[in-house]
Design a protein around this ligand. Structure first.
Ligand code: GLP
Length: 238
């Protein structure tokens, strides 16, 4: 696990974009794993500001999706990925995938998504944020470190955190489909971004704590190519 600390989120985003552009340049990046949340936004902005010619040819897989929101809802991850990632990066809509959280097809959603990732040849580089609970994707504490894409219940703390995107906490969905920790660990490379004091404890547990399902991000200690790009506040408890 490599930890790099920057003065601010913009510097971290610019470094991450440089790393992605390097992989694009070398032809080593075809499938990008993308994350929602505010943490990767400076990275997406830096990529969009100076787009590499191969950027628009990428296939992308999102980590997760809420269950119970129509795709068109502005806070569905389908909409968020479209707004924050696909459009700014100029990706082909047909190559951008988000888990299918249609309530009619939930039982097979995880397996179908895993299959799509496998058919694309696997994720070359996965972008991640981290929740204050230590979650990655929506793998909350106690998620199995070997888990695959599946239906999950959101932790109350995560619903409270994400209530800022909705009119009230009651509107935040209770369930989601998320890539598993095992799915995330299968990516060839992982780039986790975290900013701010509110992430400092989760970051410290992920980097210096034991590998434990109580801090899902600690599983990244098992990955051979995981880089954490932190601002000083997020690194303050290291
Ligand atoms: C959500 C997403 C995570 C993300 C987290 C942190 O819960 N499912 O993938 O890492 O939010 O969000 P933020 O980066 O806005 O703090």
């Amino acid at each position: 696990m490599q930890v790099v600390i920057f003065a601010d989120a913009q510097a971290a985003g610019a470094y991450g974009a440089g790393l992605i552009n390097d992989r694009l340049e070398r032809g080593a990046l075809n499938v990008l794993g993308v994350a929602t949340g505010s943490s990767p936004v400076p990275l997406y902005q830096a990529l969009a500001a100076d787009p590499h010619p191969r950027l628009t040819g990428l296939t992308a897989f999102a980590l997760d999706e809420y269950v119970g929101l129509p795709k068109e809802h502005p806070e569905s991850y389908d909409s968020v990925i479209d707004r924050k990632v696909r459009r700014p990066l100029g990706l082909d809509p047909a190559r951008v995938h988000v888990p299918d959280a249609d309530p009619e097809r939930l039982e097979t959603a995880g397996e179908r998504y895993e299959q799509r990732i496998a058919e694309a040849g696997g994720v070359d580089l996965q972008i991640l944020g981290i929740g204050a609970t230590g979650h990655i994707g929506f793998n909350e504490p106690t998620s199995s470190l070997a888990s695959r894409t599946r239906l999950k219940t959101l932790a109350p703390a995560t619903r409270a955190d994400n209530a800022r995107f909705f009119d009230s906490e009651d509107e935040v969905p209770v369930h989601c489909i998320t890539q598993g920790i095992g799915t995330i660990l299968d990516a060839g490379e992982v780039l986790l971004l975290a900013q701010g004091e509110q992430k400092a404890r989760a970051v410290a547990q992920a980097v210096e704590g034991p590998i434990s399902s109580m801090c899902p991000a600690s599983a990244l200690q098992l990955h051979r190519k995981a880089t954490l790009l932190l601002d000083e506040a997020a690194a303050s408890q290291l």
